[in-house]
Design a protein around this ligand. Structure first.
Ligand SMILES: *Cc1c(COP(=O)(O)O)cnc(C)c1O
Length: 381
């Protein structure tokens, strides 16, 4: 994404979400998955970017299968699809499973559950019987994550009595990888083998078997099975430490709200976290940890100003950040510092904050003025 000019109406910060880059990232993943299919994980409000616009842009790009985590957010995904004119050939799955009492609500909203244990399979079967309709569901097995999905023992029970699936359309069989962002981790092949064995012991799903999320989509075609289930990569998180094919989707700009010239030795910010021994210029912007800018990035993060990289000076406060702009002489009050963009983005800030891009994205705060852009439809969405 080329860094954009900003509007900043009544707001010191602006978060720009590039829906074209988002769609391009999804298409890149879809092409990797071919001849299999690509779905899209849009949980946590589209990884913090806004499920409504994200779902619409992905559906326009050709995505027909979506996953969210909670029932409530899956209902919102269905609503976003309907609002954009997409109907039941666009499916929405609920990753976290089927809790007691949820079956009717799921069916009412045309969602399908990801069934994570034998009890959930039985509950869905009972519900399908009660409404005399064969309804779709995904069955998730645990291939080594020990989080959600049927453990080995339950897969065995199911494979020995497949009548437990009678009256249900098992559309997808899926599992989730633990270490796919480390391509050399031996666990990747262990899980591949485990899932292949599980799939071989169970009936063939009508829609296909899926193992790979973003990172595993880059391990090789063996991990793709019939389709992939990426989330983070769609939003610009790189799949591992080496491959960097994803386009940045977010740009975060913050105006300088105060400039300060330091002329004698001085410290900056809480804990006197930065020390200027000679003359320095410090710029302050109105973003802080209350906006999801992680405090662990204190004194480590960078940003861009007038095309130059600048370094954070001192600690992240609740509402403010300070940068050393001594080497950018033209910097002045009101100028925009790009905290996240194409030169220094989600992946770089995550590294500097000691976390992953996922946490940076899903933490993007409610005070940012959000702007969705798409050149394909000729302007702001
Ligand atoms: C979150 C999630 C995904 C997407 O993972 P990414 O690493 O963001 O691509 C896929 N499948 C399941 C079960 C998930 O929980």
């Amino acid at each position: 994404m080329t860094d954009r000019t900003h509007g900043f109406t009544n707001s010191p910060t602006e978060l720009t979400i590039d829906l074209d880059a988002l769609a391009d990232n999804w298409r890149l993943l879809r092409d990797r998955a071919a001849p299999g299919f690509a779905s899209a994980v849009v949980k946590a409000d589209g990884y913090g970017l806004g499920a409504g616009p994200v779902v619409k842009a992905l559906a326009e790009a050709g995505c027909r299968l979506f996953f969210a985590a909670h029932l409530e957010e899956s209902i919102r995904v269905r609503a976003a699809l309907s609002e954009a004119g997409y109907g039941l050939d666009h499916a929405v799955g609920v990753l976290n499973g089927l809790l007691p009492g949820e079956a009717r609500v799921m069916a009412q909203h045309d969602l399908f559950p990801v069934l994570n244990d034998l009890g959930q399979i039985e509950a869905w079967q009972r519900f399908c019987a009660s409404v005399e309709t064969i309804l779709p569901a995904a069955v998730q097995t645990d291939s080594g994550m020990c989080r959600l999905g049927l453990p080995w023992q339950e897969v065995k029970v199911l494979s020995e009595d497949i009548s437990r699936l009678d009256g249900i359309e098992m559309r997808y069989l899926m599992s989730h990888m633990a270490c796919a962002d480390e391509p050399d981790d031996p666990k990747n092949r262990e899980q591949l083998t485990a899932f292949a064995d599980q799939a071989a012991s169970l009936p063939k799903p009508t829609g296909g078997a899926m193992l790979a999320a973003s990172s595993a989509s880059f391990l090789g075609p063996e991990w793709h099975f019939d389709g992939i289930r990426p989330g983070a990569a769609i939003y610009g998180v790189q799949p591992n430490a080496v491959e960097r094919p994803m386009k940045p989707v977010v740009q975060l700009d913050a105006r300088i709200v105060q400039m300060r010239d330091i002329d004698k030795p001085q410290t900056v910010g809480y804990g006197a976290g930065y020390r200027a021994d000679g003359p320095r210029r410090i710029a302050t912007v109105a973003v802080g940890y209350a906006d999801g800018y992680l405090r662990s990035a204190s004194s480590k993060a960078s940003a861009m100003l007038h095309g130059q990289r600048i370094a954070m000076a001192g600690r992240v406060s609740m509402d403010l950040l300070t940068f050393d702009v001594t080497d950018v002489p033209q910097a002045q009050l009101g100028d925009a510092i790009t905290l996240l963009g194409s030169d220094y983005g989600v992946n770089e800030l995550a590294d500097d904050a000691g976390t992953i891009g996922y946490e940076i994205l899903t933490g993007l705060g409610p005070r940012y003025k959000r702007r969705y852009v798409s050149n394909r439809d000729g302007g702001a969405a």
